[in-house]
Ligand binder design. Structure first.
Ligand code: ZN
Ligand code: ZN
Length: 244
């Protein structure tokens, strides 16, 4: 299979721009043969952890799809090929750094210089721009500000972990599921990584740290964990409002 012919020039250029040895080997192999199996990754290139090899490639903005082939021992094994490489996507991606800077500025102007998950104000340098819907689910979106979100490093790692353990990220790949997920739209969601849960991340800072310390003391004196204690206080307040 010679898939090389059908690939957009911009995509080929992007492939050629990768210099790191291991992802480059994987990319070149797929350019030449159309796909690479986990067996080839191990035996020819010494990649003992195929998902990491795939991640190394994807980190360069190159989409990979997983599919199944029969390995040399007759068992089904995974293989990788390039994902959807529509032409428009890569011509726009070429100027990516400038564009992401522009999108970051737009988001800051619109929502303030804060993390979308923890909602705390942080230094601009600490904010990372991330896809609302993970790249692995829906590829590269239109480069419009509202397809992206600003996350602090900690929220970004939490999102990555949760998304990578989500069935939608791993196999279903339905964009609409992400559109109602906390990690894409924390301001309005109906599930978190397909689990029926809701969450609030609370941070006390400055003068408010004292309130937290008092909360902690009271919880300890009642022999309760802090989250449990906080939920009780909130429940009491909500019930009181209903009774009024
Ligand atoms: Zn992302
Ligand atoms: Zn998600």
């Amino acid at each position: 299979m010679d898939s090389h012919q059908n690939l957009p020039d911009d995509f080929i250029k992007l492939c050629q721009s990768v210099t790191a040895k291991r992802p480059k080997a994987v990319i070149n192999h797929i350019l030449q043969y159309g796909f690479i199996t986990t067996e080839e990754l191990k035996e020819r290139y010494g990649y003992n952890h195929p998902p990491r090899a795939a991640r190394d490639v994807r980190e360069h903005g190159i989409p990979l799809e997983t599919f199944r082939v029969t390995g040399s021992d007759g068992r089904k094994i995974a293989a990788y090929k390039f994902g959807n490489v529509a032409k428009t996507r890569f011509s726009r991606l070429s100027g990516r750094t400038g564009l992401s800077k522009q999108i970051k500025n737009e988001l800051i102007n619109k929502y303030g210089c804060k993390c979308f998950i923890y909602l705390e104000e942080v230094d601009e340098r600490e904010l990372q721009i991330d896809h609302r819907v993970p790249f692995e689910v829906d590829g590269e979106p239109e480069l419009e500000a509202d397809n992206f979100m600003l996350l602090c490093g900690s929220a970004n790692r939490a999102k990555s972990w949760s998304c990578e353990h989500c069935e939608n990220w791993r196999s279903i790949k339905d964009k609409s599921i992400c559109l109602s997920c906390y990690w894409a739209y924390p301001e309005n969601y109906t599930h978190i990584a397909m689990r029926q849960v809701r969450r609030i991340d609370l941070i006390w800072q400055g003068e408010n740290v004292e309130i937290y310390e008092r909360l902690k003391q009271q919880a300890a004196s009642l022999n309760k964990e802090i989250p449990e204690f906080i939920k009780e206080i909130i429940e009491r307040e909500i019930r009181r409002n209903i009774d009024d």
